[in-house]
Design a protein around this ligand. Structure first.
Ligand SMILES: NC(=O)c1ccc[n+]([C@@H]2O[C@H](COP(=O)([O-])OP(=O)(O)OC[C@H]3O[C@@H](n4cnc5c(N)ncnc54)[C@H](OP(=O)(O)O)[C@@H]3O)[C@@H](O)[C@H]2O)c1
Length: 342
């Protein structure tokens, strides 16, 4: 099968084999964003490649518009839309976001341009944030802070407490945690939960054991959701996950169960979630992602009971970008399958 990378390779080879005017090999351009600190020296050294910084918030300058490779990170929608229309030589986009919805929505011709994600670069940061939200939920730090701001002692949260009472989510020990979207981030999160004594199970498109965790297909949700104390959603934001957590599925969960969402906001029906929170049919929700971001001032979720709003703060700092770029560059030049290809 001729992938965009193999098509590009054969084009590149014929380009290099004939030197039209001065018999020197033609080089290609890679544009890297100035919106994060990349160690460019570790990407240098490919003989047919020149590296060029670019501003992700303004149109690509005319002298760089013929670039073949674009690395993206926090680009503005207008920058990407402009690039999609003007970069006629573009063959590959390496996003450093795990979920490159911005690139996908910009209108690039993906029949000739390979797109690869930054999945794997955010595993530790998002796993840590999800763990923090889970601890906040069961240890109720958010409620302690609410009392503190009123100068009140939240006596019901301190002093002697029942140990792991049935029908509650007060600790991660013995908690049944279900991770829906069991990919790279989940694999980073699960060992921390296991270490704290949780029973962890996963849901993904394909079932099977992954890193020692039993992962089920979505067809098992009707069995799994009623046995869940905390549901951690780490789903990508694509049409297949739109409102995956809807009213019917929320209704299957125990009244004390919490939802943590660090994937994409579109995977949760926010109206259904708000109703479940206000009616007390679920325990609470700690959300890092929303259908519209920033969360609009008029959103009902701000004041919903037991709802923690986190401002898409889980990731935002890719780790190990250079190694992914170099690995994929080598694969791209060799005409091999790219890592994290969409
Ligand atoms: N909050 C933040 O700051 C932040 C930061 C980074 C990433 N994210 C979000 O987190 C998402 C996951 O990242 P990741 O690196 O873990 O991605 P990943 O390794 O690609 O994992 C995605 C997982 O979701 C599953 N999945 C995809 N579509 C599904 C569907 N329709 N039904 C059920 N499962 C489905 C996949 O199942 P299979 O394994 O069976 O294919 C896979 O297990 C990203 O797409 C991004 O949107 C958020």
């Amino acid at each position: 099968m001729r992938t965009p990378a193999t098509q590009f390779l054969s084009a590149l080879q014929s380009h290099l084999s004939v030197s039209p005017n001065n018999h020197t090999p033609t080089t290609m351009k890679l544009l890297y964003p100035t919106s994060l600190a990349l160690d460019i020296s570790s990407i240098e050294g490919f003989p047919t490649l020149t590296l060029h910084p670019y501003d992700v918030k303004t149109p690509i300058p005319e002298d760089l518009i013929d670039a073949e490779i674009l690395i993206t990170w926090t680009n503005s929608a207008s920058n990407l839309k402009d690039a999609a229309g003007r970069m006629k030589n573009l063959r590959w986009i390496q996003s450093l976001a795990a979920g490159p919805n911005d690139v996908i929505n910009a209108g690039f011709d993906t029949s000739r341009i390979a797109v690869t994600t930054g999945s794997g670069l955010h595993d530790r940061t998002v796993a840590e944030h999800a763990l923090g939200l889970l601890l906040n939920a069961c240890r109720r730090f958010y409620e302690m802070r609410d009392y503190q701001l009123q100068g009140k002692w939240p006596g019901h949260l301190g002093g002697p407490q029942p140990d792991r009472p049935a029908g509650s989510f007060t600790t991660l020990r013995d908690a049944r945690v279900l991770i829906w979207g069991f990919g790279n981030i989940a694999k980073s999160l699960a060992p921390h939960l296991v270490a704290l004594g949780s029973t962890v199970r996963g849901v993904a498109r394909r079932q099977g054991v992954r890193d020692g965790i039993e992962v089920y297909g979505e067809d098992k949700l009707p069995e799994l959701l009623p046995q869940t104390d905390a549901l951690v959603m780490i789903l990508p934001g694509d049409p297949s996950t739109k409102h995956a957590l809807n009213a019917a599925r929320l209704a299957l969960m125990p009244k004390h169960a919490w939802i943590v969402n660090v994937g994409r906001g579109t995977s949760v029906d926010e109206d259904a979630l708000f109703n479940a929170l206000t009616e007390g049919t679920i325990g609470g929700a700690a959300l890092d992602v929303f259908e519209v971001e920033p969360l609009p001032r008029e959103s009902k979720l701000w004041k919903a009971p037991n709802c923690i709003v986190s401002p898409h703060a889980a990731g935002g700092r890719p780790q190990g970008s250079e190694a992914l770029i170099v690995d994929n560059l080598r694969r791209f030049l060799a005409g091999q399958q790219l890592r994290n290809a969409i």
